[in-house]
Design a protein around this ligand. Structure first.
Ligand code: BTN
Length: 251
């Protein structure tokens, strides 16, 4: 907290030594009326959640495992833009604070040297077609050492410490992320998605690359050429430029 320079993000905070998942706690808190910017943060998760029901490995005292409550006045259909907004804010902060070459793999994986360093999970509760609240979960492998990475993750995951060759102070990183997130979020509420879209295109390391996307219609191969205002990834294929929505992509 002494490092925090935000207006609302992280001003209300629940800090826990060990929880199953900060997402669940933040959902409960939001249902009880937690205001925008309320933050749940923990040293360790025993049941960390990733996208698509995957497990998020969250060893003690070495990562940033946190969930932020947001209450954006937007329709549910625009909520995917928040994930992109968050990946832009975290990428910019990590680049600035660590000097590492962090890139975004659409929609929300942050990579260093092709390996995952951070994952973002946005879960929302809507009422009719309006967003009631969003729980924005951010997991960053900060000082995770190789012996804490399970064998099956070795080739796909890494940490800031492994890549940077030194440890990083988590409180400073958390304060910097919350500050950047708040600024980018306020910009989004005031000016819409277009400025985020441009920042995202700058931060993404994948534009111009040939990728394969698993779409509901089957795999599609093409060049990643940009981000649509809907948040979809634009893929230039032989059949024309297609928007790709939620799917896994291979670089
Ligand atoms: C992904 O890449 O699949 C998203 C991973 C999100 C992990 C974070 S850690 C803090 C928050 N609590 C959870 O249980 N998950 C998110």
């Amino acid at each position: 907290k002494p490092h925090l320079r935000t207006r609302s993000f992280g001003r209300r905070m629940q800090y826990q030594e060990c929880v199953p998942s900060t997402q669940l706690l933040a959902h409960e808190w939001a249902k009880e009326g937690a205001e925008e910017g309320s933050l749940v943060i923990t040293e360790e998760q025993t049941d960390g959640k990733g996208r698509m029901n995957r497990i998020w490995h969250s060893p003690p005292h070495s990562g940033i495992w946190m969930s932020l409550v947001l209450r954006p006045p937007i329709p549910v259909t625009e909520a995917p833009q928040l994930t992109l907004m968050a990946s832009v804010a975290v990428t910019r902060t990590l680049r600035r604070e660590t000097g590492l070459d962090v890139t975004i793999k659409w929609p929300n994986d942050l990579l260093v040297g092709g390996k995952k360093i951070c994952g973002i999970l946005t879960e929302l509760r809507g009422e009719q077609d309006r967003v009631q609240y969003v729980v924005l979960g951010i997991g960053i492998n900060v000082n995770v050492t190789p012996d804490f990475l399970p064998k099956e993750l070795e080739s796909i995951a890494t940490s800031l410490a492994i890549e940077g060759g030194r440890t990083f102070q988590r409180p400073l990183l958390i304060a910097a992320i919350l500050k950047e997130l708040e600024e980018v979020y306020e910009g989004y509420l005031d000016h819409g998605f277009e400025p985020i879209r441009i920042l995202w295109e700058e931060a993404a390391g994948m534009l111009g690359r040939i990728i394969t996307a698993q779409t509901p219609e089957g795999p599609r191969r093409g060049e990643a050429v940009g981000l649509a205002s809907s948040g979809a990834l634009l893929l230039k294929t032989e059949e024309g430029t297609l928007p790709v929505y939620s799917s896994d992509i291979q670089i």
